[in-house]
Design a protein around this ligand. Sequence first.
Ligand code: S3P
Length: 175
Amino acid sequence: MRSIILIGFMGTGKTLVGRRLAEILGMTFIDTDTLIEEAVGMSIGQLFERHGEPYFRNLERQVVASISEDHSQVVATGGGVVLDGENVAHLKKMGTMIHLSARADVILDRIRNQSQRPLLQTENAKKRIESLLAQRAPSYALADLEIDTSELGCEDVVERILRYLQESKNGTSAG
Ligand code: S3P
């Protein structure tokens, strides 16, 4: 079976939704950030602090390449994974790519005071979110489906994904 890949900005629910989806579908759940943390024995926050973003991106690229031949998994990715064209090509080939989105104010609310989001440790986090969202929009748009999670709970999002997968299978999906 093809994998299900969740992409999208920090705080859009990729990990929560991915875990639940995997449970329902009886598939393995993996999270690229967790794989990186396990590989280096450090949290993402520590990794950014000690080695910087380029070092993290390099590890992220290696992790994505290392899972690219896997099947039947639900994969939650880090919010910036789509910045790299090679990552996108690998992930698209693996299965259905779903973009979980949310409004900037909702994202800010959800990630407020979370030190494991090093990119948002800045004075004006809202502005930073808006500019990163704008910069990444074309990459997120490469997904097969977008779900705006701003007003949705985890179960609602999972339900929409399941419906989409069913419709795609039946050939009735509007895309
Ligand atoms: C990042 C998102 C984070 C993590 C890292 C960089 C980003 O993952 O990979 O802090 O560039 O948006 P989550 O989206 O799971 O928070």
